[in-house]
Design a protein around this ligand. Structure first.
Ligand code: HPA
Length: 272
């Protein structure tokens, strides 16, 4: 694994003249618009990168983008890898490990998710303050790679408290109403049944989705602070549940991505 990461990093460094990102950004379904804010220096398609998985989902275009966001050097994954596509959890988190070796200090993530908190509306933004991992697997299962992190990583602060506090101030200043809450991560690819949505709420969830947590686990294993935002694309609250399609998710995400983009841009701009 480490030798592969080193080969991937060597290839990327050669293609990008050694560009040194300080932040990594992973964009969720229908949330690729942040890329328009970037002064792009290099774009690599996933297919061209040695050992990189290749994305298969509609709405995920599969590019690694290097450039400046709010004058700070960043690397952006436009399109992520999901467990439901058939990748192992180790493949799902491979790019996060690569980004660590490229030099990132903080990881920003976005996702589309179903709101199970009755206060949620379609198009709302929720800042993650914790998560519940209901995936049937964990990217850290197997021999621990000590060079990456400890066998039993601490998860007492999965999402960086200072970044959460600052994001809330930024949102208030921009006039955005944002929620804060717990993200429940499931494998998918089915959306939830009404009983499953109710269960997510009962166990303490505010939103449910099919991504983010594997990447956060890999990042926290390597001590990288994380900041994540869910865009609520459908509602899993009793009495308000309607049929959901992937197209609905993409359409709702596109409406809310302006807010998510503004919050990420401001936070990255404040990085040292
Ligand atoms: N459930 C799971 N994943 C999702 C949902 C949902 O309701 N909406 C977008 N991704």
């Amino acid at each position: 694994m480490l030798a592969k990461i080193e080969e991937t990093v060597a290839y990327i460094n050669a293609q990008t003249d050694g560009f040194k990102p300080i932040a990594g950004i992973i964009l969720g379904t229908g949330l690729g618009g942040l890329v328009k804010e970037i002064d792009i220096k290099f774009t690599l398609s996933y297919e061209s990168i040695p050992h990189f998985p290749v994305s298969t989902v509609e709405g995920h275009s599969g590019k690694l983008i290097f450039g400046y966001l709010n004058e700070k050097p960043v690397v952006v994954m436009q399109g992520r890898f999901h467990f439901y596509e058939g990748y192992s959890m180790q493949m799902v988190v491979y790019p996060v490990r690569v980004m660590k070796f490229l030099g990132i200090k903080t990881l920003f993530l976005s996702n589309a998710s179903g709101g199970v908190n009755p206060a949620h509306e379609i198009g709302d933004v929720m800042i993650l303050n914790d998560h519940i991992n209901l995936n049937p697997d964990n990217p850290l299962i197997g021999k621990n790679i000590a060079e990456l992190g400890p066998r039993f990583p601490d998860m007492s602060e999965p999402y960086d408290r200072k970044l959460i506090a600052r994001a809330k101030e930024i949102s208030t200043n921009l006039g955005y109403k944002v929620h804060e809450g717990v993200y429940v991560s499931v494998s998918g690819p089915c959306f939830e049944t009404p009983a499953e949505y109710k269960y997510m709420r009962n166990i303490g969830g505010d939103a449910v989705g099919m991504s983010t947590v594997p990447e956060v686990i890999a990042a926290r294993h390597m001590s990288i602070p994380c900041f994540a935002v869910s865009v609520i694309t459908d509602i899993g609250v009793e009495g308000r549940i309607v049929e959901v399609t992937h197209e609905d998710v993409i359409a709702a995400a596109s409406k809310a991505e302006v807010k998510m983009t503004a919050i990420f841009k401001a936070l990255v701009g404040e990085m040292a």
